[in-house]
Design a binder for this molecule. Sequence first.
Ligand SMILES: NC(=O)c1ccc[n+]([C@@H]2O[C@H](COP(=O)([O-])OP(=O)(O)OC[C@H]3O[C@@H](n4cnc5c(N)ncnc54)[C@H](OP(=O)(O)O)[C@@H]3O)[C@@H](O)[C@H]2O)c1
Length: 340
Amino acid sequence: MPMSVLGRNGPIVSRLALGTMTFGSETDEAEAHRQLDMFADHGGTLIDTADVYSDGVSEEIIGRWGENRGGLGDMIIATKGRFSPPPGSHGASRRALVRSVDASLRRLQVEAIDIYFLHGWDRHTDVGETLGTLGDLVSAGKVHHTGWSNVAGWQLQRIVSTAQAQGYPLPVALQPQYSLLDRGIELEVLPCALENGIGVTPWSPLGGGWLTGKYRADARPTGATRLGEDPGRGVEAYDLRNTPRTHAILEVLQTVAARHDRPMSHVAIAWLLARPGVASVLLGARTAEQLGGNLAAADLQFGSDDLAALTEASAPGLPPYPYRFLQDWSDVDTWWMLGT
Ligand SMILES: NC(=O)c1ccc[n+]([C@@H]2O[C@H](COP(=O)([O-])OP(=O)(O)OC[C@H]3O[C@@H](n4cnc5c(N)ncnc54)[C@H](OP(=O)(O)O)[C@@H]3O)[C@@H](O)[C@H]2O)c1
């Protein structure tokens, strides 16, 4: 399994990470433990969970897996707080985060969380309070590194600038949605992460299942799939994603996959691994069989022509102002504009 350093000074992590959002919901404990065993056998080290996944059950399942094998010490455990279930721990305030971290430590059965993510911005809490609390949690040895998820570019820059000004730990990781189907972070969020040496760990690399090619334009999903069970679910909702643009991207994906005799999922994951700043891709799976298939993407190498075809087919296009204006008129380096 290839490895990379997360951000400028974060831990070394496997380039494919195990996302555990399905644990305790679509995936029962026995199947979740099979996924964890398989991931460890493949040399995977980064496990991503959150306090809200199945109301804490995902963390508990990981904790019991660690208990069975004498500890989670050889794994890098990332979890998240901000939307915690217990009353009084919602938000990014000092009160909320201290409670959330303690509850996650108990469920995971660990003394420290390797990477603690804020699951999103909290406009009701001064970011200085959040960063100061994270700094205290790091000093107390309960958290080793910090990261942020689901933030806008200006929010990420404010986090970094406030941490720098006040001497708080800088985030090593960013966890945004990012895939061939959604490249929205390339305008502001990703350039900000690159500028500040923050490692990117994208979520929903398969667009919630779309990039496996299993959802069709002319047939509403049925059966035991994410959208078969709930067609309106999240960012991948059938009516939102079932567009000519999605199917044009899938067509190019299918062509590249056929050329390499690989499933479409491998190509989608490999494209993401090749994007600037991407340190580790979070694989989500209902079954160990799906996970095994997706882990095999690690060794796919394709040429610059394939990468260019995928990048062109999925290009989101630049809004006219300021982005296209700057691109057309600026005589300075516009390397940060990845949206083209
Ligand atoms: N920070 C955040 O806000 C946030 C948000 C979302 C996720 N995450 C993290 O990112 C991880 C991955 O996100 P995601 O689960 O949305 O990723 P994804 O890879 O886009 O979607 C995973 C889903 O696609 C389907 N699938 C996966 N491999 C397949 C295969 N080989 N063949 C057919 N179907 C396949 C499965 O759903 P079905 O079989 O049920 O259809 C699976 O649950 C999560 O586990 C979590 O750790 C973070």
